[in-house]
Design a binder for this molecule. Structure first.
Ligand code: NAD
Ligand code: WQD
Length: 338
């Protein structure tokens, strides 16, 4: 079975390609390398012993995407990771985000429709929930007004997929990721942020290794036990494995409806200070940090109700926060030695 993985040289995509290949799937990656490097294909081959197919293609290009699908008739399905994901940048450049994230999704769905390819697994996000009223948040929680154009693209994308599958033979699973962190055990693939990282873990590990002077902890006056904001961090390898389970489910017609959505988290919330404590304890490295003002647009706390994913998918995140820190640090050290 050959699976198209868009965005497959990116952070979550590359880990998923490894898991797919290790579970017997053939993979063809499409990525325009706007936020990743072609060497990732070599790294995947190094880990799995199998070289995935790769095409450098911008999925917002309608003609080239249609041509790709014409040339790849034997596809059994797609996992669509390709998107821009920097929340702050999306506020400054909303049209870029709508064009890239929505345009590429439409072209992929069109190509699948025209060539009778199904199913699709889509990378959604817990950002669709905003600040939920009830925690842990279930898949039935209301979708609130998006806090950023990036978040809005995920809400629109979910709706586009829902309406498309209603009138086509495509089946879909929408996976709502919480906060993916960590790296592959081999330290051959991991997160490669361009420039100054926005997310906590790459900023933390870059501070620990001396690239950044100090980590700013955004706010200690939240309504949480230690005052810092709480998230549901999930190891990227656990996340990647869920994609294999999702594609298996779709290909074996185990889905209960044409489109299903699942939360992918651990179900446990950790505050920023708890994350720092885990990092220091696990690595033995002391972190330079200070408390500063809250970051605009941040929510106070969110963690997943994973009951549905656990029972329906038969998938459960296995790695804890210490393991996430250990692998993130191993990856940062590997980057420094490159
Ligand atoms: P990433 O930036 O590492 O990977 C995305 C990949 O898509 C990159 O390799 C990029 O070059 C490629 N891409 C972007 N636009 C493209 C286009 N028009 N044509 C072809 N390739 C294109 O990001 P990631 O963290 O691996 O995220 C993967 C997906 O998961 C994204 O859809 C993201 O929105 C979603 N997601 C990520 C997180 C997170 O915290 N990392 C959380 C929730 C959801
Ligand atoms: C985590 C916590 C920060 C940096 C974002 C997107 C979301 C999803 C995941 C894609 C927060 C705090 C951070 C720092 C800090 N992505 N922090 N100092 O904001 O939960 O979610 O990524 O869909 O849509 O919004 O992740 O890693 O940026 O922050 O104190 O330098 O760490 O305030 O509490 P976030 P994050």
């Amino acid at each position: 079975m050959k699976i198209l993985v868009t965005g497959g040289t990116g952070y979550i995509g590359s880990h998923t390609v490894v898991e797919l290949q290790q579970n017997g799937y053939e993979v063809v990656i499409v990525d325009n390398l706007s936020n990743s490097h072609a060497e990732v294909v070599d790294r995947i081959e190094e880990i799995t012993g199998i070289r995935p197919g790769f095409e450098n293609l911008d999925l917002t290009n309608t003609e080239k995407t249609a041509d790709f699908f014409k040339r790849h008739k034997g596809l059994s399905g797609a996992i669509h990771f390709a998107a821009l994901k920097a929340v702050g940048e999306s506020v400054d450049k909303p049209l870029l985000y709508y064009k890239n994230n929505i345009g590429s999704l439409i072209n992929v769905l069109q190509g699948m429709n025209d060539n009778n390819i199904s199913p699709i697994v889509f990378s959604s996000s817990c950002t669709v929930y905003g600040q939920p009223d009830i925690l842990p948040v279930t898949e039935k929680a209301p979708i609130k007004k998006a806090l950023s154009p990036y978040g809005h693209t995920k809400q629109i994308a979910e709706e586009i997929i829902e309406t498309t599958v209603a009138t086509s033979s495509i089946k879909a699973i929408l996976l709502r990721y919480f906060n993916p962190i960590g790296a592959h055990e081999s330290a051959l693939i991991g997160e490669l942020p361009l420039g100054v990282p926005n997310n906590l873990i790459p900023f933390l590990t870059q501070t620990a290794i001396g690239i950044r002077e100090m980590l700013s902890v955004f706010g200690d006056d939240y309504n949480t036990p230690d005052g810092t904001a709480i998230r549901d961090y999930i190891h990227v390898v656990d996340l990647a494995k869920a994609h294999v389970v999702a594609i298996d489910r779709l290909l074996n017609n185990k889905g209960k409806s044409k489109v299903e959505m699942f939360n992918l988290g651990t179900g446990n919330g950790f505050s920023v200070l708890e994350v720092i404590n885990s990092f220091e304890k696990t690595t033995g490295v002391k972190l330079n940090y200070k408390i500063v003002e809250r970051r605009a647009g941040d929510i106070e706390k969110v963690w997943a109700d994973t009951t549905f994913a656990n029972s329906e998918l038969g998938w459960k995140a296995e790695k804890g926060i210490d393991e996430m820190m250990r692998s993130a640090w191993k990856w940062e050290l590997a980057l420094a030695n490159n």
